[in-house]
Ligand binder design. Structure first.
Ligand SMILES: *[C@@H]1O[C@H](CO)[C@@H](O)[C@H](O)[C@H]1NC(C)=O
Ligand SMILES: *[C@@H]1O[C@H](CO)[C@@H](O)[C@H](O)[C@H]1NC(C)=O
Length: 403
């Protein structure tokens, strides 16, 4: 055993010495197995056994998240006053009303009811129109709801009364009802490498799927990859790992608008930007939380690479589709402090077949269950269920106008 380990170590050393040029890009040298390996492999096998899929039913992936989101209210428990209080609590929040199949907006910036971020409202409204158009045969009951168009959720879990406010992301410290981010259509973050600002998820699925085909699993670089700005220092350990062991990771901070000095990129010059499509060159892709849930997450799966999702405990930011996905089945969960990060990367390098299974599961989930029609479907079911909670028949607000 000892001799065997020494031989492995020696082989690894010789390999590193004889592959100095490749060392940075393609790590062909054997890595020493660790006790962690067995545990990680068993988790993946257990996950495979557990996972029963969404079983064909349209909303099966999202039923649980819908009922969890709405569990603070009983049928008929949301009064007109509750809605008004919810609107007042959001400051500049928007009141959307669907009345006789038409969509109306009020609230917002007081003079002309504009949204604070008009692109975001455009994105939301596009989806709501798509929902109304596709379900003409079973029209939406009249309903109204308060929408928070900002990144941060509003209603803390300690609130005395649970006010119903729709936000795109929340964690367990908030009660906000999750709706699909406007950025599925429009108004997403403006990143240098993406022409315009992010949106049109349907087109992104196509372009990234093409990129996934260009870089099949066997041709991907065996490196843990991350590019983004330093919106949270949770990302530091991977960036540091990549500086110390460039054969394991290629991770760096880019310059964003807030960049002032190399302190904002952890003491080094900013790394060059890499487009989402080009992420597909790499076998292992890392996701971290940002200000709230990161736009990156859903994109990474499209590459068919293995996604490592760094958790944040009770701070774990969710979007509506996260609860439908399972750790070890669709992605590899990494501890919030990254303490098992390196081990898990090395595990994936050693257990390539298992890593590939998880990568494919994640890609399938997103391609099969997060299509634009699923996003619209989520909105549709959310609004139907929500309409049952109202104790009153909404009537057009005095300052509402059709959008
Ligand atoms: C599998 O299911 C069991 C029982 O529900 C659960 O305790 C376990 O965490 C699951 N494992 C994985 C990897 O999903
Ligand atoms: C939602 O959109 C906002 C702003 O456009 C962006 O900052 C955020 O990253 C997006 N989040 C997701 C999960 O798409």
């Amino acid at each position: 055993m000892v001799v065997h380990r020494m031989l492995l170590a020696l082989a690894a050393l010789i390999c590193v010495i004889t592959h100095p040029i490749h060392a940075k890009h393609v790590r062909k040298c054997p890595l020493e197995p660790s006790p962690h390996d067995k545990w990680a492999s068993e988790k993946v096998l257990e996950g495979e056994k557990n996972w029963t899929g969404c079983q064909g039913k349209y909303t099966a992936c999202y039923d649980q998240v819908l009922s969890d989101s709405l569990k603070h209210w009983e049928d008929g428990s949301i009064t007109k006053e509750t809605t008004q209080n919810a609107l007042a609590s959001t400051r500049l929040g928007i009141l959307y009303q669907i009345i006789d199949g038409k969509l109306y907006r009020s609230g917002g910036i007081s003079e002309d009811k504009r949204c604070v971020f008009s692109m975001r409202c455009d994105g939301v409204e596009h989806m709501l129109h798509a929902v109304l158009d596709t379900h003409k045969e079973r029209p939406m009951p009249n309903v109204e709801f308060v929408l928070n168009e900002r990144d941060y959720p509003m209603i803390t879990a300690q609130s005395e009364v649970a006010l119903p406010v729709f936000s795109f992301s929340r964690n367990s410290r908030f009660l906000d009802i999750m709706y699909p981010n406007w950025s599925f259509f429009k108004g997403g973050p403006c990143v240098k490498t993406e022409p315009g600002c992010l949106g049109r998820w349907d087109l992104k699925i196509e372009s990234m799927s093409r990129s996934a085909d260009r870089y099949p699993w066997v041709e991907k670089l065996e490196l843990a990859f991350f590019r983004g700005s330093r919106t949270s220092n949770q990302r530091d350990p991977l960036v540091l790992l990549s500086r110390e062991h460039p054969y394991l990771a290629e991770a760096g901070y880019v310059k964003n608008q807030a960049w002032k000095s190399i302190a904002d990129t952890l003491g080094r010059e900013p790394a060059e930007d890499v487009s989402l499509d080009d992420h597909c060159k790499f076998k292992y892709l890392f996701n971290f939380k940002g200000v709230a849930a990161s736009f990156r997450f859903r994109h990474l799966f499209l590459c068919g690479s293995l996604v490592f999702h760094v958790l944040s405990g009770e701070d774990d930011w969710l979007e509506f589709f996260y609860p439908g996905m399972q750790p070890w089945v669709h992605y590899i969960p990494v501890k919030p402090d990254f303490s098992d990060g390196q081990q898990l990367i090395e595990w994936a390098m050693r257990y390539d077949a298992l890593a590939k299974v998880v990568a494919e599961n994640g890609q399938r989930f997103i391609i099969d269950h997060l299509r634009m029609e699923d996003v619209h479907g989520y909105w549709y079911h959310l609004l139907r269920k929500y309409s049952k909670l109202l104790s009153y028949e909404p009537s057009l607000a005095a300052d509402a106008y059709e959008v």
